[in-house]
Design a protein around this ligand. Structure first.
Ligand code: NAD
Ligand code: UFG
Length: 351
């Protein structure tokens, strides 16, 4: 069992929830994050919720010197690599920034890991690597493709990791690629959650900002898809289930030979209108919506086949749609402007 885990991007949405579950499971956690899309308050709250300390380095994964310093400062058993840029539209406008941050950043991280003799890795991939799947549910052996630089950065990193794990000259690497479906929700405490900068691209943060009164109505991108109600269908998964999936992946590294890809989803698809209805139930707010044109690049439907995750990781999503929306709302209603109004509290709680 890995004991000390280096978490890149640990101050972000999924990373902060993963750090909390790692601490709750008794692991030691070291975070590296450049705070380009996160607040250090998230880590203060992770410490508060876990009642113990984690180590935080404000640094960039492209900074080889910083990485070498971190690996030299303490023994690291495994790395969970969340750090990256993730906005599809921005990636079309600024492809080099995405290849530099995501691809070059991962090359630097892997090189530093190898120099330090650390070859156990869990990587944040995405269901975006399945492109527009020919059928659903989506299995891990389905063909992969990308339609934008963000998705291509994930494909390139996946291929890099398969190549690295297959090299005859390398010491054995053990890598689990986790392909997340659509994370939503927040820790049940409502103290940490998703805090998108600017206008949210993703559905659930937008719906919640309408519920809290920050935005007027949800724009539903198309109601003429070949789905039961015509709106897009996705596999929404509670972020805490996703975080727990990382613990399962760390445990599975012991039996992993090379590089293995695993879907993290629930296996159930919900439409945009299903999500708005669930949000109305959870919040008691009317949440007005209007149907507008399809968003370019969107697909009709995708959801995971979760069978391999159950078999390989002994992991299944446990939280249903109403829990996801209720927990997201608890976070959003208690923190209507995210972490913006909270001041960072640098107090530390001894372990
Ligand atoms: P996020 O933006 O909240 O977290 C990413 C974190 O990485 C941020 O805290 C950011 O400050 C940090 N970071 C970015 N570049 C860095 C760099 N060069 N050096 C150090 N830190 C850096 O995003 P998230 O939703 O938590 O996503 C985490 C990972 O999961 C990403 O790799 C993302 O592509 C992947 N993913 C996310 C989703 C999703 O819908 N949220 C879906 C599939 C995959
Ligand atoms: N949608 C709306 N209105 C909005 C936002 C979204 O109708 O304001 C619809 C979309 O058309 C889609 C569904 O809600 O049908 C979900 O959209 P999201 O933007 O929340 O999520 P996507 O599935 O489009 O994509 C996101 C990330 C991808 C990632 C994928 C899976 O943007 O990069 O989740 O993790 F690959």
């Amino acid at each position: 069992m890995s004991h000390t885990v280096l978490v890149t991007g640990g101050a972000g949405y999924i990373g902060s929830h993963a750090c909390l579950e790692l601490l709750r499971a008794g692991r030691d956690v070291v975070v590296i994050d450049n705070l380009s899309n996160a607040s250090r308050v998230s880590l203060d709250r992770v410490r508060e919720l876990a009642g113990c300390e984690l180590v935080f380095h404000e640094a960039d994964i492209r900074d080889r010197g910083a990485l070498d310093g971190i690996f030299a400062a303490q023994r690291i058993d495994a790395v969970i690599h969340f750090a990256g840029l993730k906005a599809v539209g921005e990636s079309v406008e600024q492809p080099l920034a995405y290849y530099d941050n995501n691809v070059a950043g991962t090359v630097t991280l892997l090189s530093a890991m190898r120099a330090a003799g650390v070859r156990d890795l869990v990587f944040s991939s995405s269901c975006t690597v399945y492109g527009d799947p020919a059928q659903v549910p989506v299995r891990e052996d389905f063909p992969r493709s990308a339609t934008n630089p963000y998705g291509r950065s994930k494909l390139i990193i996946e291929d890099m990791l398969f190549d690295l794990a297959a090299s005859p000259l390398e010491e054995p690497w053990r890598v689990v690629l986790l392909r997340y479906f659509n994370p939503v929700g927040a820790d049940a405490s409502g103290r940490i959650g998703e805090d998108p900068a600017g206008i949210p691209n993703n559905l659930m943060p937008f719906v919640m900002q309408v519920a809290v009164g920050r935005r007027e109505r949800v724009r539903v991108f198309g109601d003429d898809y070949p789905t039961p109600d015509g709106t897009g269908v996705r596999d929404y998964i509670h972020v805490t289930d996703l975080a727990v999936g990382h613990l399962a992946a760390l445990d599975a590294l012991a039996k992993t030979r090379g590089c293995v890809a695993v879907n993290l989803g629930t296996g159930r698809g919900y439409s945009v209108l299903d999500m708005i209805a669930a949000a109305r139930r959870a919040t008691g707010h009317p949440i007005p919506h209007e149907i507008v044109a399809r968003r370019p690049g969107d697909i009709a439907a995708t959801y995971a086949d979760p069978a391999f995750a159950a078999e390989y990781l002994d992991w299944r999503a446990a939280r249903d749609l109403d829990v996801m929306v209720r927990d997201h709302w608890r976070w959003q209603s208690a923190n209507p402007t995210g972490y913006a109004d909270a001041s960072s509290d640098s107090r530390t709680v001894p372990r």
